[in-house]
Design a binder for this molecule. Structure first.
Ligand code: NAD
Length: 264
């Protein structure tokens, strides 16, 4: 692959798994120095680091165990990334969690956690790295929102509110940096084959008394016209494009990768 990101440094949150790890893989393979973040078993995190290292000429990525529900830990992670990588040129706000329940039964602690991790952490991280990006007059902030940043679904009140917030925040940040070498965009995937989404299939099958195959096609992917998972790599390539040459005029966009979901 073309080493278009040589000399760039990237902090990718929630990158021990799923979409974040996929983005870290592609950015590292393109030559960026990266810092991973997220939870998991120590051996799985080490395996993820070695996987990324193998794609970047043996350079083992930095890692932060910061819990992004805590703003102080978000700020500390950004400072650690600037120290370890020399700068944060690319920030990918990707960490996220899901919980489903009708509004009147939605646990308040789940609301608070989803808003903190899926929305507020994006603000705290961007605030921390923007001064460095402005000083260098180059930066990429990529917020992994969701189709649920553009449309709603029942039983996802906190997630949909947080992701709509991410899309709004993206627009404000984009406007503020519009005359600089920095861009801020949101990626809005539909259902992507990751642990977060796959975990929703079993409960749907149980709820409707159908097989997991039917639950996936008729319930989880009911709104996704392609009737197939979006793959992690299909999302990661959008992030790579946004960091690479030729993407400087893409700013403030909510970029759908959803098999046609929001076109319906
Ligand atoms: P995933 O569960 O595979 O990965 C989530 C990552 O976030 C993991 O690395 C996890 O350790 C990390 N994380 C969770 N809570 C954290 C916390 N408090 N502090 C730090 N890290 C934390 O999920 P995924 O599907 O890859 O989701 C990644 C992002 O993509 C999320 O923001 C999600 O909302 C979004 N998204 C996913 C889908 C989908 O269908 N999978 C669709 C649209 C948007």
């Amino acid at each position: 692959m073309e080493q278009s990101l040589a000399g760039r440094s990237a902090l990718i949150t929630g990158s021990t798994s799923g979409i974040g790890l996929g983005i870290a893989r592609l950015l590292a393979a393109a030559g960026a120095k990266v810092m991973l973040n997220g939870f998991g078993k120590p051996e799985d995190i080490e395996a993820a680091r070695q996987e990324v290292a193998a794609l970047s000429g043996g350079v083992v990525p930095a890692y932060s165990a910061a819990d992004l529900s805590d703003p102080a830990q978000v700020r500390a992670m950004c400072a650690e990334a600037e120290a370890a990588l020399g700068s944060v040129d690319i920030l990918v706000n990707n960490a996220g969690i899901q919980f489903t329940s009708p509004v009147d039964q939605f646990p308040e602690a789940k609301w608070d956690a989803i808003i903190a991790i899926n929305l507020s952490s994006n603000f705290h991280a961007a605030k921390a790295v923007l001064p460095g990006m402005k000083a260098r007059n180059w930066g990429r902030i990529i917020n992994v929102a969701s189709a649920h940043g553009l449309v709603g679904s029942p039983e996802k009140v906190a997630y949909v509110a947080a992701k709509h917030g991410v899309v709004g925040m993206t627009k404000v940040m984009a406007l503020e940096v519009a005359q600089s070498g920095i861009t801020c965009n949101a990626i809005c995937p539909g259902f992507v084959r990751t642990p977060l989404a796959e975990a929703q299939v079993g409960p749907l099958a149980q709820k409707h008394g159908v097989s997991e195959e039917v639950a996936l096609r008729d319930y989880l992917l009911a709104k996704q016209p392609s009737k197939r998972w979006v793959e992690v790599d299909e999302v990661a390539h959008m992030a790579l494009y946004l960091c690479g040459p030729g993407s400087g005029a893409v700013n403030g966009a909510a970029l759908s990768i959803d098999g046609g979901w929001v076109a319906a």
